[in-house]
Design a binder for this molecule. Structure first.
Ligand SMILES: Nc1ncnc2c1ncn2[C@@H]1O[C@H](COP(=O)(O)OP(=O)(O)OP(=O)(O)O)[C@@H](O)[C@H]1O
Ligand SMILES: O=P(O)(O)OC[C@H]1O[C@H](OP(=O)(O)OP(=O)(O)O)[C@H](O)[C@@H]1O
Length: 212
């Protein structure tokens, strides 16, 4: 049996989908931990150990090599710009990054944009040739245009429910988001057989889910 793979798994909404996909790929992942507060979960039957991380921190654990691989949203990868390999599109947690505002929005002399993703937003508006002040928030981003902190936001849209319930409109979609499998550069060489075998299994399970 090869070395144990340390996998940085995102706590929260992606975990259940990720562990389900791993199961569909034929790996034995116990369901007992789905509501647990345990942070390091041995998964011996799959030759793995899960490190339960805050989603935005997954690329950091992988870049530093304390996790060999990880599961993370494309939104986080675009924002964090870490030195990791992106191996596979897992097709789960699908949504999109969009520019959002109030209906009837008109350009302001000093436009302000609120977001959890300041790097993504700055790059996007720079490329559009628009000068904006980017304000970093950590959640409930949709509040910003409602209470006058910013005239637009850059945030994720999945079902559109948050927009509808708050009277906001999607003005432009910037990119599509799904979760990705990433790897540490050194682990990818040293544990190549195990990582490649996992990629192959997961790769077969992804289309089986209809590319979702
Ligand atoms: N509404 C959504 N629909 C689908 N995927 C989403 C949605 N919101 C977020 N995601 C994906 O799930 C990932 C993790 O989101 P989640 O809300 O669990 O993390 P978080 O915002 O860091 O959590 P928290 O700060 O509440 O601990 C995001 O990086 C994104 O890729
Ligand atoms: O289109 P929808 O299906 O409504 O999903 C989009 C919402 O989901 C995410 O919020 P999250 O639940 O992570 O809350 P937070 O931003 O307050 O952390 C995102 O930031 C949007 O607000």
């Amino acid at each position: 049996m090869g070395a144990v793979l340390k996998v940085a798994m995102p706590k929260g909404r992606i975990y259940k989908q990720a562990s389900k996909l791993f199961r569909e790929a034929g790996l034995t992942i116990p369901e007992d931990f789905e509501d647990s507060r345990k942070l390091i979960i041995p998964v011996p039957e799959a030759g793995m150990e899960f490190i339960m991380a805050k989603p935005v921190d997954v690329p950091t654990y992988v870049e530093y090599g304390v996790a060999d691989i990880g599961v993370v949203g494309k939104d986080v990868l675009m924002e964090e710009n870490k030195d990791v390999y992106e191996l596979l599109d897992l097709g789960i947690a699908k949504c999109r990054m969009s520019v959002i505002g109030l209906p009837g929005w008109k350009p302001d002399i000093h436009p302000r944009v609120a977001t959890k993703y300041p790097n993504v937003a700055s790059k996007y508006f720079r490329e559009q040739g628009q000068q904006v002040e980017v304000i970093k928030l950590n959640g409930s981003i949709e509040l910003a245009p409602l209470i006058g902190l910013a005239d637009r936001i850059v945030d994720m849209v999945e079902t559109g429910q948050t927009l509808r319930e708050n009277g906001l409109v999607e003005m432009e979609s910037i990119f599509e988001i799904t979760s990705r499998l990433i790897a540490n550069r050194v682990s990818y060489r040293l544990k190549n057989a195990a990582i490649q075998a996992l990629c192959d299994r997961l790769g077969m399970a992804v289309p089986a889910r209809g590319g979702r």
